[in-house]
Design a protein around this ligand. Structure first.
Ligand code: PMP
Length: 305
């Protein structure tokens, strides 16, 4: 990975190599961090950050769940995101705001200082080159998601990604592009780091947030774009076998964007390539950046605001 030059850390821009933390930081020992993943895109109006305000709000919501008081305002974090993109001259940037319990107290309930960083780097398709067109082969993981009364899936916290690592690593080890997890109920939840949509008879189906999943901003974006385009959207319990019966499946997320799934557990989905609803949503989504889809919800935030 090619590291960029600059990182925002605790209120100042620093060279990448100097944005460090102590080995005894609480977060490193106990997973006590919350973060976001945000993308920037080039548009005819200049570079934009996609749904910056919604991501920053979710960062603060995640922190609130864990009683972490971020010592900056939403506006300060938004400004840091813009500055990191500008300084590093990123065109297709992936921003990583991160708030974590630092050094200064031991024990699980310690009120350590909250350190905050915003890093960014250049990032293409997350699940590999060409996957947005070709799709990936996915499998249902042998690992389930955490039950709702254990670790809240509504927080985007570092510790949650122990679950994601088990799911993603198992999938890669077995030769799949990504793993899909069931919730502790046995019903479909989401991908290791992506939300999941199934298509039946032209309608989008996705599991509700109670199925141990992250309430994704891309998920919300696609549900909104689909409804506006007259595509029915249904949030419902989904049993595993629907993966084998539906016409199309895709994953979505900030990093994964809209990644078609061509097979699940070795069984071909639909025609084994991106189906018409998946392609329509890709057009609508990427159309936001090339101007084919009007930005009627004000989702595009100019980097040079
Ligand atoms: N689920 C998980 C577990 C994730 O890590 C992500 C990526 N943040 C998503 C879903 C998709 O969320 P978003 O669209 O907000 O990036």
């Amino acid at each position: 990975m090619q590291y960029p030059d600059w990182v925002w850390h605790n209120g100042a821009i620093k060279p990448w190599a100097e944005a460090t933390t102590h080995v005894m930081a609480h977060a490193l020992n106990y997973g006590s961090s919350v973060f976001e993943g945000i993308r920037s895109y080039e548009t005819a109006r200049g570079p934009v950050i996609f749904r910056l305000g919604d991501h920053t709000r979710r960062l603060f919501a995640s922190a609130r769940i864990y009683e972490m008081e971020i010592p900056y305002t939403v506006d300060e974090i938004n400004a840091a995101c813009r500055e990191v993109l500008r300084r590093n001259r990123l065109t297709r940037g992936y921003l990583r705001p991160l708030a974590y319990r630092g050094l200064g107290g031991f024990g699980l309930s310690a009120d350590t200082p909250i350190d905050v960083a915003v890093a960014a780097w250049q990032m293409g398709a997350y699940l590999g080159e060409g996957v947005l067109e070709q799709g990936i082969d996915a499998c249902v993981s042998s690992w389930q998601r955490f039950a709702p009364n254990t670790i809240p899936s509504g927080a985007k916290a570092g510790g949650n990604y122990l679950s994601g690592q088990l799911i993603a690593r198992e999938a890669r080890r077995l030769g799949f592009g990504e793993g899909i997890a069931l919730a502790s109920t046995g019903l479909l939840s989401e991908g290791a780091g992506e939300n999941l949509f199934l298509v039946f008879d032209g309608a989008l189906h996705t599991a509700p947030v109670s199925a141990a999943l992250l309430n994704g901003i891309t998920r919300n974006t696609l549900m909104t774009l689909a409804r506006d385009a007259g595509i029915d959207v249904v949030e419902r319990d989904l049993p595993r076998e629907y993966l084998y019966l539906c016409d199309e499946v895709f994953m979505c997320g900030t990093a994964a964007e809209i990644t078609p799934i061509r097979s699940v557990d070795g069984r071909q989905v639909g025609a084994g390539k991106a189906g018409p609803v998946t392609r329509r949503l890709q057009e609508l989504f990427f159309g936001l950046f090339d101007g084919r889809t009007p930005d009627k919800y004000g989702w595009l935030d100019p980097v040079d605001a």
